[in-house]
Design a binder for this molecule. Structure first.
Ligand SMILES: NC(=O)c1ccc[n+]([C@@H]2O[C@H](COP(=O)([O-])OP(=O)(O)OC[C@H]3O[C@@H](n4cnc5c(N)ncnc54)[C@H](OP(=O)(O)O)[C@@H]3O)[C@@H](O)[C@H]2O)c1
Length: 247
């Protein structure tokens, strides 16, 4: 097996800002081609331009994860331009219940979270699977959270306990964890690996910039975890400080 770094075609959903954009920068600096998934084409163009201005290989791809037509169009574009996809990072996410109690949360907000954090991942994954099957080593990294761990949500001594009341976000990430395991099982014989990743608590728009780490640190962790997921077993939930999360 060669130890030389290999050039990868990478698609990151929700890569216009925050951890997605930081991950894009990390992977592009490592020499990979990074496709900047963006629901707003103008924001996608601006994010990609910030990377190409530094000599990096990045291009915007219009992709609203809640819109299957944009996922199909993105897959058609990647097919035409590259013929394969090596790494899919399902990063796009929303937290409509940040700082709201379960009682205060309209059920529409919960649907919004599931549309993006769960159904969006399924939509994009299914659209990209034919391209991932063309890769010699397809990899799907689902950006989850310790807040989706049932083990941690049920542990009063867990560092996540303070935020364990987020009904929409936490339950959608728990569902995403189950989705991750189901795809890992279903794709086990295909050679495509599927794992859940965790960037750590980062200051981004998603949480009103309350996180302890920067988005850049989160991006470095996701990039490192993608490397671990590529070489390790499928169907794991990686911890930001190394090792594995409890499901
Ligand atoms: N921040 C943390 O502490 C933390 C911890 C654990 C896990 N995470 C996870 O990390 C991921 C990134 O979060 P972040 O903190 O970087 O949040 P963020 O700064 O708010 O970025 C979220 C990204 O998702 C995009 N997005 C939202 N809905 C979308 C849709 N329907 N289609 C396509 N893109 C969409 C946003 O695009 P626009 O620019 O168009 O809004 C943006 O690019 C999320 O999955 C989040 O759950 C974050």
């Amino acid at each position: 097996m060669t130890t030389a770094p290999q050039h990868r075609i990478v698609l990151i959903t929700g890569a216009t800002k925050g951890i997605g954009l930081a991950t894009a920068g990390e992977l592009a600096r490592a020499g990979h081609t990074v496709l900047i998934g963006a629901r707003d084409p103008e924001r996608g163009t601006a994010a990609a331009a910030g990377l190409t201005a530094r000599g990096l290989d990045a291009r915007p791809v219009h992709l609203d994860v809640t819109d299957p037509a944009t996922a199909a169009a993105a897959a058609a574009l990647i097919t035409a331009e590259y013929g394969r996809l090596d790494i899919l990072v399902n990063n796009a996410g929303v937290a409509p219940d940040w700082r709201r109690t379960p009682e205060e949360l309209p059920v529409e907000a919960m649907r919004e979270a599931y549309e993006t954090n769960v159904f969006g991942v399924v939509t994009v994954t299914n659209a990209m699977l034919p391209l991932l099957r063309e890769s010699p080593s397809g990899l799907i990294g689902n950006v989850s959270s310790g807040l989706g761990s049932l083990a941690l949500l049920s542990d009063p001594d867990s560092p996540f306990w303070e935020h364990a009341t987020l009904l929409a976000y936490n339950s959608s990430k728990a569902a995403l964890n189950a989705v991750t395991l189901i795809y890992a099982r279903a794709l086990r014989d295909s050679g495509i690996k599927v794992s859940a990743l965790e960037p750590g608590y980062c200051a981004t728009d998603l949480n009103g910039h309350s996180g302890h780490s920067s988005a850049e640190e989160g991006g470095r962790r996701i990039a490192r975890q993608l490397g671990e997921a590529a070489t390790g077993p499928t169907g794991v939930f990686l911890h930001p400080e190394g090792g594995h999360h409890s499901w």
